[in-house]
Design a protein around this ligand. Structure first.
Ligand SMILES: N[C@@H](CCC(=O)N[C@@H](CS)C(=O)NCC(=O)O)C(=O)O
Length: 83
């Protein structure tokens, strides 16, 4: 769903978003798995929405946090596991 060579869209970064569908298996094969979302950020490939969120929060501490701190991250993780 997200190809992001320059951190596009996330946390206010300039860049590019390319919509990929999960049926575009060839397009996302480079990620080593067959699901979306996939993020390319600074040459790093990150798959799985939770892993992407954690990556962005850790990589861009100067940007507004996606979780609002450790407590928010714990609540988000709890909700994510329920879903
Ligand atoms: N745990 C993953 C789930 C990813 C996932 O299941 N993505 C679906 C689309 S929402 C997908 O790519 N399905 C295609 C398939 O399983 O072949 C995440 O949260 O990113």
């Amino acid at each position: 769903m997200l190809a992001n060579p320059h951190g596009a869209g996330a946390q206010g970064h300039a860049g590019r978003d390319d919509p990929w569908r999960f049926t575009d298996k060839e397009a996302i094969a480079f990620s080593g798995q067959g699901r979306v979302p996939v993020l390319i950020d600074g040459g790093k490939t990150v798959a799985d929405s939770w892993t992407i969120a954690v990556h962005l929060d850790a990589t861009y501490p100067d940007r507004p946090s996606l979780f609002g701190g450790p407590a928010g991250m714990a609540v988000a993780r709890f909700g994510q596991r329920l879903g």
